[in-house]
Design a protein around this ligand. Structure first.
Ligand code: C2E
Ligand code: CA
Ligand code: CA
Ligand code: CA
Length: 277
């Protein structure tokens, strides 16, 4: 990478350059990371605000790199999307999450697993069949899984995305629009979107208890969703006052550090058995 200086010279920026090299290395390592199990899923519970029960668990990927250590998804999901490795990563996540769901079920706990998918997964024509095959291999039905797609992923190619979501919906898969409120979908698009759940972006939820504008936005999104027969999940719930506000607005589910952080499966199980849920 280089920058043009005001005199017309080209100045190489060492920082940027180092960054690009690191990115390149990570890109080529990501595929083998999937095969050599350097990736792992962390699990974060979603609380049903009416029953006060954990009803679902979001699955969030982490990369434990042999040299660089812990790498968060915001640092490698964009790379995986650029290289196309996201397709294999998503399939790995679906398989891993469903077998975790199965083992929870065998312990007597029904936690629907929510998996994040990217725009590229939506145009991957093999995805619906892959989900169906994994469910049938584990003798599970579609109530085991939710797929979360960000509003901006849908809006990058809305017509194509809606067609792909339609196929998944007709299979009986529950679909959720993630980061809702940040992706500029129109009312007309929202009306025809084949999804049953909206996840309000955490930027509107983090300061819900103290910021009047955020409270207005969250209440409006909740009313809108309910009028369209959709349910609402609020992410980024960090305090009790926010949780109470969400109950007031009839928001169905809450997720956030106030309830629990994303955790490896063993920690999740320990947290759950010590919790009041
Ligand atoms: P997301 O799907 O919106 O996930 C929510 C993010 O908010 C997670 O970050 C989670 O750890 C964080 N979070 C949860 N509760 C709180 C809270 O109370 N306060 C705050 N400040 N943050 C909270 P994480 O795990 O770093 O994931 C970041 C993003 O990476 C995810 O955003 C998702 O878009 C993407 N991602 C993660 N795993 C996958 C995956 O398997 N596939 C794909 N395609 N994307 C993934
Ligand atoms: Ca998500
Ligand atoms: Ca989100
Ligand atoms: Ca996000």
């Amino acid at each position: 990478k280089c920058k043009a200086s005001h005199k017309g010279f080209v100045v190489y920026d060492k920082t940027l350059n180092t960054h690009s090299i690191q990115r390149l290395n990570l890109m080529s390592e990501l595929r083998s990371a999937i095969e050599t199990s350097q990736l792992s899923l962390y699990y974060q519970p979603k609380l049903d605000l009416e029953t006060n029960q954990i009803v679902s668990v979001e699955c969030l990927v982490r990369w434990i790199h042999p040299e660089h250590g812990f790498i968060g998804p915001d640092d490698f999901i964009p790379l995986a999307e650029q290289t196309g490795a996201i397709r294999d990563l998503t399939k790995w996540a679906i398989q891993t999450a469903l077998s975790q769901h199965k083992s929870w079920t065998e312990q007597g706990n029904f936690f629907r697993v929510a998996i994040n998918i990217s725009a590229l997964d939506l145009i991957d024509l093999s995805l619906p069949a892959y989900v169906a095959q994994q469910l049938s291999e584990l003798s599970l039905d579609t109530t085991a899984i939710t797929l979360e797609v960000t509003e901006s992923a849908i809006m990058s190619e809305p017509d194509q995305a809606i067609r792909a979501l339609d196929i998944l919906k007709r299979m009986g898969i529950k679909l959720s629009i993630d980061d809702f409120g940040t992706g500029y979908s129109s009312m007309a698009q929202l009306k025809i979107m084949p999804v049953s759940e909206l996840k309000i972006d955490k930027s509107f939820v983090l300061d819900l208890a103290t910021n009047e504008d955020d409270a207005t936005i969250v209440k409006s999104i909740a009313d809108l969703a309910h009028n369209l027969d959709m349910t609402i999940v609020a992410e980024g719930v960090e305090d009790k006052d926010s949780l109470e506000k969400l109950k007031e607005y009839n928001v169905e589910q809450a997720q956030g550090y106030f309830i629990a952080k994303p955790m490896p499966a063993d920690d999740f199980n320990e947290w759950y058995s010590n919790s009041n849920y």
